[in-house]
Design a protein around this ligand. Structure first.
Ligand SMILES: [Mg+2]
Length: 181
């Protein structure tokens, strides 16, 4: 178990024996960041938004992650909002980072997302888990110390040294089932 921070939340004084009981709250701070296209939603699985079917199973798996969750996509804000609505995942994420001046894998983009997440979480020590189907995105994220999970949706065979990848899964379901959070 990773212990990142221990706060003395409260202490209770026993009047009779003058004993002090300290109660420690252990905070294990983790953050989960998901790419959208070809990570949570296969691009070739629909032609128009109305075709997208909601998978309760995926919602359950994401729901089980009891930490803040974000979307980080190079798509537009509108695309992300529509897609998540039809996937019935619209209320699951703290924030959507979408296409802006800088996009993945530009380090400026990841730096901005990294800083915003740290700010959102009061600069507590956090481990950021990042799920994406594009290796270049994960490579830059690793430079920021993120844990990288490659969703190899197209089952690409790569002979390169994937030193910057922590986990590889063929789809988001396998990733969420198998990673030990
Ligand atoms: Mg993608």
């Amino acid at each position: 178990m990773e212990v990142l921070r221990a706060n003395i939340k409260d202490n209770i004084k026993d009047n009779n024996k003058d004993n002090i009981i300290y109660i420690y709250i252990i905070t294990m701070s983790k953050i989960f960041v998901f790419d959208l296209d070809d990570t949570l939603l296969l691009s070739n699985s629909y032609k128009k938004y109305e075709d997208i079917t909601a998978h309760g199973y995926l919602k359950n798996l994401i729901n089980k992650i009891n930490y803040p969750k974000y979307i980080y996509t190079n798509g537009t804000q509108g695309h992300a909002e529509y897609a998540l609505k039809y996937m019935n995942l619209e209320d699951m994420f703290v924030k959507i980072f979408s296409r802006s001046e800088y996009m993945k894998p530009n380090p400026r983009s990841i730096n901005l997302v990294n800083n915003t997440i740290l700010q959102d979480n009061n600069y507590n020590k956090t481990t950021i888990y990042f799920f994406d189907d594009i290796l270049e995105n994960l490579k830059v994220a690793k430079d920021f110390g993120w844990k990288t999970i490659w969703i190899n949706a197209r089952n690409v065979n790569i002979s390169d040294d994937l030193y910057y990848i922590d986990h590889i899964y063929n789809n988001i379901y396998l990733a969420l089932i198998n990673i030990n959070f």
